[in-house]
Design a protein around this ligand. Structure first.
Ligand code: V0D
Length: 253
């Protein structure tokens, strides 16, 4: 296999860990919590925690490429996050450009496709443009699909879908008889994606926080107290291992 793995070559994880790809979840969703607390513990501004969290994103994207994960959905910014201090919001919304200006070439050469879920139209221009550019530049890629959930809220997504669906029903494009779960799923932001097989939440909380409520109906949940900036390939592979064990157990019944 001759793919350019330039941004992987400094990690020698393949020598340290065994990367089994059987029973690997096709779709992993992650709530990357604990960045602010990580910084506060170090008497640093919360924004420093988000920036450190960006390095973890790089590591986990690399590991996902290696494990042949098909979809990785990262909850980067929720609709509720607008309640935070202005300075912190501004720092967070600079991260896409910061990340992409360094890693977009590597993502392209690793066949990663970037998608956004959520309302990106109401973001600052520099944030929106960086993401739109990355989506356009990676549209033809068919490796890992990296879904960035930003300005995302699940109830809002469901209502949005409902409004579109009702419009189509009013116009006679869809009839009530035809409406089933599959058809409704097609109206969500995750159109065409398989539902997540595994949800990871770091930072110790055990709730969904308005993330993918419909899509997580049958998903395995894996929680850790580790704060997102401290989360590593090791924990990620541990989550995958436990996922495989759960699958094997169900398979045995
Ligand atoms: C902040 C910790 C990657 C959690 C991780 C909404 C919150 C760092 C991206 C990103 C953020 C990656 C690719 C891309 C666009 C964005 C990101 C935000 C915040 C802004 F195309 N991490 N990350 N975007 N955090």
């Amino acid at each position: 296999m001759s793919m350019n793995i330039s941004f992987l070559k400094h990690t020698h994880l393949e020598e340290v860990f065994h990367y089994p790809i059987d029973n690997t979840p096709d779709h992993i969703a992650i709530i990357m919590d604990g960045n602010g607390r990580w910084a506060q513990k170090r008497r640093m501004p919360r924004a420093a925690g988000h920036k450190e969290g960006l390095s973890t994103v790089v590591k986990i994207v690399k590991a996902s490429v290696k494990c042949k994960v098909k979809f990785l959905t990262l909850y980067t910014f929720s609709t509720e996050n607008w309640k935070r201090p202005k300075g912190e919001i501004e720092a967070i919304l600079r991260l896409p450009k910061e990340f992409l200006s360094i890693y977009l070439p590597d993502l392209i050469s690793n066949n990663v496709r970037i998608e956004a879920i959520g309302d990106i139209e109401h973001l600052p221009v520099h944030t929106r443009e960086a993401i739109k550019y990355a989506i356009a530049r990676t549209r033809e890629n068919d490796g890992l699909q990296l879904n960035i959930a930003l300005n995302y809220g699940s109830r809002h997504e469901i209502l949005d879908s409902m409004k579109e669906l009702l419009t189509d029903i009013n116009n006679g494009k869809v009839s009530l008889e035809e409406l089933d779960e599959e058809r409704f799923s097609g109206y969500l932001y995750t159109t065409g994606m398989k539902d997540p097989d595994l949800l990871i939440r770091t930072g110790g909380e055990k709730r969904l926080s308005n993330f993918l409520l419909w899509q997580l109906a049958y998903t395995e949940f894996w929680f850790t107290d580790v704060l997102w900036p401290d989360f590593s390939e090791r924990e990620f592979l541990q989550a995958l291992k436990e996922f495989r064990q759960r699958k094997r157990r169900y398979g045995g019944v």
